[in-house]
Design a protein around this ligand. Structure first.
Ligand code: NAP
Length: 345
């Protein structure tokens, strides 16, 4: 049983090579830091998990975060309650989301770089503010609507469709009137995608993806939302409709390779007047509140049903990150450090 008067921190024990392993992480116990002027004490409720954390552990920095070395607390966004405050803009009892790091408390000046936002109360578990009502949702909604420009009737193919970003993209595309095909690993994930309203699925672990795309998209793909890169991106590039848009969100199949392969057939875009556009979620921050309102409204009226895959307890954080690279997570992977409001699970 973890104690409430200690700050538990996960630090880097080794930079991951290949998939992250338990020996890459170490749990440290420290006193809770004293509060200075203009600082708040944040008590962590939930932490989000994202593939990019492996890159943080290797010293990479995605959005101006300090590059990390051995012994540093791993970067990660999450949800916390303000439990003490010397800051004029944050009151005790407010719930915020932002850069907490993998720890159970944080003393913060709430700098712009930490990107803290107050969490509006939609009457749903605050765990959603690690994901759908945070950067995962913004990636899904921003990437699909900005890069994908979806229109009713479009054939939208999504890879990593049963993951955090993917499972939100498939639902947004369905809500916007598109025909959605989800690609995921394993029959259980494919069956679950059908429950989310996906018209057809491809199990990339047991089916031939190029053949299935040809069969399911006889007139080609209008939008391919790419979370995985590699061979699946190549298969999509071979089956594009006129004016197709490819949304480059992520390429998890490449992250643990020494060198990314890259699609050999990108010139197919020429033949169909197609485009391939990447995005970085932090470039969409000006749409953050619009994304929260749109996705929060859809959750409230029952159109969007985000699945949270919740690991219980901060001691589970390494395991929760490893699940992403093993494909074990259904929907958004997060970790409950402490129970929060509306947390009836
Ligand atoms: P996620 O999809 O919840 O978790 C990763 C999933 O990827 C796993 O569940 C697994 O599903 C699949 N996967 C793992 N290894 C794979 C492989 N070798 N080949 C194919 N699929 C594999 O993670 P997420 O946080 O939502 O992120 C999804 C993607 O979006 C990642 O590539 C991430 O880097 C990217 N991303 C980009 C931005 C941006 O700003 N552009 C922002 C957020 C996330 P299966 O069981 O189906 O294999």
């Amino acid at each position: 049983m973890l104690r409430d008067d200690i700050n538990y921190q996960w630090v880097i024990a080794a930079a991951p090579r290949g998939k992250p392993r338990p020996s890459d992480f170490a749990l440290r116990e420290t006193p809770i830091a004293a509060l200075g002027p203009n600082e708040v004490l944040l008590k962590t409720l939930y932490l989000g998990l994202a593939p990019v954390m492996r890159m943080y552990m290797q010293g990479g920095s995605a959005a101006g975060e300090a590059p990390l070395g051995l012994g540093d607390v791993i970067h990660g966004r999450g949800v916390a309650e303000v439990v003490a405050s010397n800051h004029p803009e944050f009151a005790v009892g407010e719930v915020v989301q932002g850069q907490l790091g993998w720890q159970s408390y944080k003393v913060s000046r709430m700098t712009a770089q930490e990107k803290f936002y107050k969490c509006p109360d939609f009457g749903i578990s605050y765990a959603h503010y690690t994901a759908t009502l945070a950067m995962t949702g913004l990636s899904a909604w921003g990437g699909l609507t900005d890069c994908g420009q979806p229109r009713p009737g479009d054939v939208v193919v999504v890879s990593g469709a049963a993951g955090g970003v993917g499972s939100i993209v498939v639902q947004i595309a369905r809500i916007l009137g598109c025909r959605v095909i989800g690609i995921a690993g394993g029959p259980e994930k494919c069956a679950w995608l059908k429950d989310l309203g996906v018209e057809a699925t491809i199990d990339y672990k047991s089916q031939n993806v190029p053949d299935q795309i040809k069969r399911l998209c006889p007139n080609g793909i209008d939008i391919y939302f790419d979370n995985v890169g590699g061979e699946i991106l190549e298969a999509a590039l071979d089956n594009l409709a006129m004016g197709a848009r490819i949304v480059l969100c992520g390429s998890i199949s490449e992250y643990t390779r020494d060198r990314a392969a890259g699609p050999a057939n990108y010139t197919n875009l020429r033949r169909v007047n197609g485009s391939m556009k990447g995005f970085f979620v932090y470039n969409y921050l000006d749409r953050f509140s619009q994304s929260m309102e749109t996705l929060g409204g859809w959750i409230r009226d029952g159109q969007l049903n985000p699945k949270l895959d919740i690991a219980d307890g901060i001691e589970q954080m390494p395991n929760a990150l490893m699940r992403l690279y093993d494909g074990a997570n259904y929907g958004v992977q997060c970790c409950r450090v402490r129970r929060g409001p509306y947390d009836d699970a």
